[in-house]
Ligand binder design. Structure first.
Ligand code: FAD
Length: 500
């Protein structure tokens, strides 16, 4: 072989195979490597392992004899078998570990990353101008302006940059579901059957061990399916995306969320096409501005911001732990044992993760992340758990979201305060508390809500730090009004790491 281009398993869309103009050499042969060692190193959700392997094999089937597809133990071995010592190009990988690997291989030339709206240089220039703090809102406005998204005559469409205020509605009263049209779901094929047989065999042979259920595949594995999912979302579900974006309903875990994260992160969809189609729907009068702005903010704002912060903050960010949290994650959590939990919000969300490898952003932040933060769990171990347990989890996206956003382990480089709340927030935003054996208003006693008690115990533990924060000083003063604080703290200590 003369020249090759290596496609990682999250570089599966057409943008990663277009030849020429800054892309891959025209005469390059494509190479894909399926490494079993990746699955041996960590205990992944089985639905995630299934999705990634299915997507890689679907792409290989589409590319036919343009690709050499190697099943090997490690990437290094796979590359040697596929190309020997021939020169290889690769688009910048999405994890530090993979970036270090390709940098250590003299035959490999790394091309700039694809799959994001904002390039490295553009982010670096923006960051250099914001040394006082890299806040999402400022970055998002920069992206809207520079990439002409939802803009009219240099101003934000509708006159406001931020419509979050309209997008924090609780669920409609007494509703079991939002009533949105159902999301796109793919149909499995022979490739999925083959993947499932392989996963069964690896598990039987004791080579790997998975967690969670691998039911029918729920997320797109090829470009055709991903485009169908995008179309279905924009045409039928985008209009309802905004208002109840933060709500939670036991019988309707998806609400109007797009379910596009795994397709974006596998490279099957390009972020530009997602936001452009959403904007076109607004311009055509098919979706209201609050929904479209909310969706554009998630993709052009949050997703891009998180991607760049991953590289900008450096490898040390992984070990951030300003709150000194070191507790191990309990076994019931690691094994997604939803049935061991009686707190209804947590058992519902853990069940969603066990059964699908997905739940939307508020259960991730306020139910899962909030519980871990209150109990002082090790942020690096929690990041690893999120990475392994979610179909859309990758190192770049998990690290800022968990270490920064959900655990405040970076001391506020990403957020202005720790995100955690008592049961009252969950009660207001969901139907999860109603039949629960715990009461959101109780701090101590047999029916004390673990989130309400955990919230106060967290403020108490970090009082010295939090009373200095502009946004946390007020809540900390509330501790002085709690007559039952000693009892609450004793109860929380006694709970230890048993399931609530
Ligand atoms: P929608 O609500 O429909 O949003 C549209 C898209 O916006 C998503 O598909 C996603 O691509 C993007 N997006 C929104 N918020 C974020 C964000 N904070 N970071 C990156 N992209 C974002 N998202 C992942 O893709 N992978 C993860 O591993 C991941 N881990 C998370 C962990 C925690 C603790 C938190 C709080 C959030 C995490 N997110 C992650 C962000 C967000 O929760 C998911 O992107 C979203 O729930 C996926 O569902 P969806 O596609 O229906 O999203």
């Amino acid at each position: 072989m003369t020249r090759a281009h290596w496609l990682f398993g999250d570089q599966l869309g057409p943008a990663f195979t277009a030849p020429g103009s800054g892309g891959i050499p025209r005469d390059a042969r494509l190479v894909m490597i399926e490494s079993q060692a990746v699955f041996r190193r960590r205990r992944y959700h089985r639905a995630k392992a299934h999705l990634v392997l299915s997507a890689m094999r679907h792409r290989a089937a589409e590319l036919g004899d343009r690709v050499v597809y190697v099943k090997a133990d490690t990437y290094r071995e796979g590359l040697r078998r596929a190309v020997g010592g021939a020169p290889v190009t690769v688009y910048h990988p999405t994890s530090r570990a993979a970036a270090a690997l390709v940098a250590s291989l003299p035959q490999v030339t790394v091309l700039p990353a694809r799959g994001f709206l904002v390039g490295r240089e553009e982010f670096a220039a923006w960051a250099a101008g914001h040394s006082g703090g890299l806040r999402l809102e400022n970055f998002y406005r920069h992206v809207r302006r520079e990439h002409d998204l939802l803009m009219e005559g240099g101003e934000p469409a509708g006159g406001r940059w931020n419509l979050d205020h309209d997008n924090r509605e609780p669920p409609p009263r007494a509703a079991r579901t939002l009533g949105s049209p159902a999301p796109y779901r793919p149909r499995e094929d022979d490739i999925d059957v083959g993947v499932r047989e392989d996963l069964d065999r690896w598990e039987r042979d004791g080579d790997v061990s998975f967690v969670g259920r691998d039911g029918p595949r729920l997320f797109p594995a090829d470009r055709r399916e991903a485009l169908a999912a995008l179309r279905r979302f924009v045409d039928h579900r985008l209009a309802g995306f905004g208002a109840h974006e933060d709500a939670m309903l036991a019988a309707d875990p998806v609400l109007s969320h797009s379910l596009l994260s795994s397709s974006l992160n596998l490279g099957l969809l390009d972020p530009a096409e997602c936001v452009e189609r959403a904007e076109a729907a607004w311009r055509a009068g098919a979706a209201p501005l609050n929904s479209v702005e909310g969706f554009v903010r998630q993709i052009a704002g949050w997703r891009e911001y998180v991607w760049h912060l991953y590289w900008h903050f450096g490898e040390e960010y992984r070990a951030s732990n300003v709150l000194g949290h070191t507790a191990a994650l309990p076994a019931w959590w690691l094994s997604l044992d939803a049935d061991a939990v009686s707190a209804r919000c947590l058992s519902t969300v853990l069940r969603q993760v066990r059964d699908t490898g997905w739940t939307h952003h508020i259960p991730r932040l306020m139910v899962l992340g909030g519980y871990a933060l209150q109990r002082g769990w090790d942020p690096a171990a929690l990041t690893d758990w999120f990475h392994r347990s979610f179909v859309d989890g990758y190192d770049w996206v998990m690290l800022p979201n968990v270490v920064g956003m959900s655990q405040y382990a970076d001391g506020g480089r990403m957020t202005t305060k720790p995100y955690t709340s008592g049961g009252a927030y969950i009660d207001r935003m969901s139907d999860l508390c109603g039949p629960c054996r715990y009461r959101p208003g109780s701090r101590s006693g047999a029916d004390a809500c673990p989130y309400t008690a955990g919230y106060w115990a967290f403020l108490h533990r970090h009082r010295a730090l939090l009373e200095r924060g502009a946004r946390t000083a007020g809540p900390v003063r509330g501790l002085d009004r709690l007559g039952d604080l000693p009892e609450l703290l004793r109860q929380e200590r006694d709970r230890g790491d048993s399931a609530p």
